[in-house]
Design a protein around this ligand. Structure first.
Ligand code: GLY
Ligand code: MN
Length: 462
């Protein structure tokens, strides 16, 4: 945990934003895999962690705005648990670490919330993504479970997004730690990417590296020679010469901050001319987008600029044609780059996505587009100092999408389908860094993971 004052200060700021009522923040419980005592790896709710910092199941917090008080609900471990799990800090001790001294047994939570409901005080809660917590909120508030997610507090969402979007120095340091472990994961993957090796051997090794630092990966490892399948979790292929291996993987620190890095490398260690051509376009898009990243600039504009670089590069090698600006405005490049340039990152790898993507990435000024490609952009609004985001352009040759567009005669003025046909065996390339928006620009976080053609070939040689 951070120092207790960190959590006190965050709750104080939240109270200032919300003004009245009570804020209910349930933590997560254990989630069984196949019988109750065989649980999945425990993951605390990120917003609970942000305001209370305690990384264990069976807790709930209340921030009482009207009475300027914070309460923590949870039970001390009984002797049976001590026998199996060892001694645990008391709920009182945990409360002090989180900067509060009003702690109660979990059974008191129901009365606390019911009293507030009876007094017609506003009970604010966030969107709920776990069934157990939907049932809990039904029990506490009397709102039918099917209506819980329609009764969320938009004021609370906006306030939490406002606070969590701007990272404190202690959070940035955590994210850098996560990137440094990702450095180890990615350079190891590069060195193992030789013909005859199976994807699962490498995926297992890099997940092991994350675990060897004490905590798991920040999301399921994507490692594939079929990088045109954007979130490919199948690891059963044998690597063969001529394919690119896309690895999209990150680490979660003991404080639960994420990294999210992607690298694409040629199996065997040497780029072919064709691979190099496509790679250099994606790299240029990444470098330019990073250079544009600064406070005040809408991330949507950076996405559009990256799309223009991709379009112009593809035009140079004859895969696209026509006017670059018009092609991008109409979304023709999305055949090759169908996703967004990046997303916020922090306690969640897609930070705060559970609160609603549009609250996190858009605002009254910048609304989400409905054009294929641009509509996948998770972060469109103007950047602010302290934001941490990913920048992750890519070029993919997705056979079913190519076939569909060609059959529909979509954008024949911008796409050279005949040439594209000969790239259907290419796969895909994505390159992703984690970037902090600074006062006057941006900084790529953590130890730089090899990224240029030269750096990658050198790393794979060793
Ligand atoms: N790293 C996976 C994603 O950004 O969706
Ligand atoms: Mn990402």
């Amino acid at each position: 945990m951070f120092e207790s004052d960190v959590y006190k200060e965050r709750r104080k700021k939240l109270r200032e934003e919300i003004k009245s009522g009570v804020i209910l923040l349930p933590g997560n419980g254990e989630s069984p895999m196949n019988y109750p005592s065989n649980a999945y790896h425990f993951r605390q709710d990120s917003t609970f962690l942000y305001f209370f910092g305690i990384d264990q199941p069976g807790l709930a917090g209340i921030i009482d705005v009207d009475n300027n008080e914070d309460y923590l609900f949870g039970d001390d471990t009984d002797l049976a648990s001590v026998i199996w799990m060892g001694p645990q800090p008391s709920i009182k001790e945990l409360g002090l670490k989180a900067g509060l001294n009003k702690t109660f047994p979990y059974s008191k939570l129901e009365k606390a919330v019911k009293d507030a409901v009876e007094k017609k005080r506003n009970v604010h809660f966030l969107p709920v993504y776990r069934a157990e917590n939907i049932i809990l909120i039904e029990k506490l508030t009397g709102i039918h479970h099917s209506e819980v997610n329609s009764n969320i507090s938009r004021d609370l969402i906006r306030a939490v997004v406002k606070l969590r979007s701007v990272k404190e120095p202690n959070e940035i340091a955590e994210i850098e730690k996560a990137v440094n472990v990702a450095y180890e994961m990615h350079t190891t993957a590069m060195k193992l990417a030789m013909p005859g090796v199976y994807e699962k051997e490498i995926a297992g090794r890099i997940e092991g590296i994350s675990l060897s630092h004490g905590t798991p990966v920040s999301f399921p490892v994507i490692l594939t020679i079929n990088g045109h399948i954007l979130h490919n979790h199948y690891h059963g292929n044998m690597l063969r010469e001529g394919r690119m291996m896309v690895t999209d993987a990150g680490h979660e620190t003991s404080m639960r901050y994420a990294s999210d890095i992607t690298r694409s490398v040629p199996v065997g260690g040497k780029f072919s001319e064709r691979q190099k051509e496509i790679y250099e376009i994606v790299l240029q898009a990444l470098v330019q987008a990073t250079a544009m990243t600064r406070p005040g600039v809408p991330n949507r504009d950076i996405h559009i600029e990256a799309s223009a670089i991709i379009t112009s590069g593809l035009k140079d090698i004859g895969l696209m044609k026509g006017d670059v600006g018009e092609a991008v405005a109409r979304g023709a490049h999305a055949l090759f780059f169908p996703h967004g340039l990046g997303h916020m990152m922090g306690l969640d790898v897609h930070d705060m996505e559970g609160l609603g993507e549009d609250y996190v990435g858009y605002d009254d000024e910048i609304k989400r587009s409905d054009i294929f490609g641009l509509k996948g952009l998770r972060l469109g609004r103007r950047l602010q100092e302290g934001f941490v985001l990913t920048i992750e352009p890519g070029i993919y040759f997705i056979p079913p999408l190519i076939d569909k567009w060609r059959d529909e005669k979509k954008f024949p003025e911008f796409i050279n389908y005949e040439k594209v046909e000969s790239y259907k065996d290419f796969g895909g390339i994505r390159i992703e860094d984690d970037v902090l928006v600074t006062a006057d620009g941006s900084r790529v976080l953590g130890k730089p993971v090899p990224k240029t053609v030269n750096e990658i070939e050198k790393t794979m040689e060793s």
